[in-house]
Design a protein around this ligand. Structure first.
Ligand SMILES: [Zn+2]
Length: 325
């Protein structure tokens, strides 16, 4: 499978709106789309998305009439893009719980996408992830990074410009690259756990890319720092937007050239080698948990698991892994 197809299987992506970059500066087009009854608005409050609980979960997408007051009062309005003739916008609500917030809450509940995305249609999970990331960026870049003056939104919410005439610095939505890696050696995979996780939960090693290093160097450095393991080979797998709050996860497989683990206890509570048989036994007994299936970490582990899965051995999903932790 090629990398693009692999990435589409990860959660929070795979739904590609036409981002209509060339129309972001067209004020007339934007005004017409905002006035269009077919347009839809994705509200975001305190980095949470509005979710309706019916027989299944679904995203609450506001029509223009319902969103009119929100659009006219918000400081954060972003054109997300167009799909099948429908324009989608994200709108940030003020942090306080006011009357407007209360009225919207009647339509659903503002919930964390991490807890709900796996239960939403993939298309909606991707749309809400996009909206959440954009609103977070606006709400945390109200001042210029150079001179400290206030900034204003521009290009339909895709840049901010410093209001200081002597500065006028533009800044753009940021996404912070983080590498995440399934390291294997023979028939075993290296997994670690953070102290704040539920007992028995293990996942792949991950960390932010630092300035001045390649992605492959970041993979090798993070694995060495956190577990003491030396990587011999690093192979790209897929990527996943991870708006918690503003990352993109770059997934890799790596092969270990060493075996003895030295856990960095400032980062991890534990790190171990696991065989597939040990994972199956742990999942069956409930003593071993994996990340949610929404995450690229689960997919990296699942792909490694499937490559060497013995005939008759259940899949991770058949064992219920990744549903909760
Ligand atoms: Zn400035």
């Amino acid at each position: 499978m090629d990398h693009r197809s692999q990435s589409r299987l990860n959660g929070l992506c795979g739904y590609v709106v036409d981002r209509v970059t060339h129309l972001r500066g067209d004020a007339d087009w934007l005004a017409a789309r905002l006035a269009d009854p077919s347009s839809r608005v994705v509200p975001v409050w305190r980095s949470r998305n509005l979710i309706r609980q019916g027989a299944d979960l679904s995203a609450v997408l506001l029509d223009r009439e319902t969103a009119a007051e929100l659009i006219s009062t918000t400081e954060t309005l972003v054109l997300l893009g167009e799909d099948e003739g429908v324009a989608y916008f994200a709108v940030g609500l003020p942090g306080r719980e006011d009357e407007l917030h209360g009225r919207l809450s009647n339509l659903g509940e503002f919930r964390d996408l991490r807890d709900t995305a796996a239960l939403l249609p993939a298309r909606e999970g991707a749309l809400l992830a996009h909206a959440r990331a954009m609103v977070f960026w606006h709400q945390t870049h109200r001042h210029c990074g150079s001179c400290g003056s206030p900034t204003r939104s521009a290009e339909a919410g895709h840049s901010r410009i410093c209001l200081n005439e002597a500065c006028k610095r533009s800044c753009y939505p940021r996404t912070d690259p983080a590498v995440i890696v399934a390291v294997s050696r023979g028939e075993r995979i290296l997994l670690g756990r953070k102290p704040e996780w539920p007992p028995g939960r293990f996942s792949t090693v991950a960390g932010f890319v630092e300035p001045g290093e390649t992605l492959e160097e970041a993979v090798a450095r993070e694995v060495k720092e956190e577990t003491g393991i030396v990587c011999s080979e690093v192979i790209y797998h897929s990527s996943q937007p991870w708006p918690f709050p503003s990352s993109i996860m770059l997934g890799f497989h790596a092969f270990a050239a060493s075996e003895a683990i030295t856990v960095d206890t400032t980062e991890l509570d534990d790190a171990r080698w696991f065989t597939r048989e040990e994972m199956v036994a742990g999942l069956l007994s409930g003593s071993f948990l994996l990340p949610r299936s929404l995450s690229i970490s689960f997919r990296l582990i699942e792909d490694w698991f499937d490559i060497g899965r013995a005939e008759g051995m259940p899949t991770l999903r058949e064992l219920g892994a990744g549903r909760t932790w």
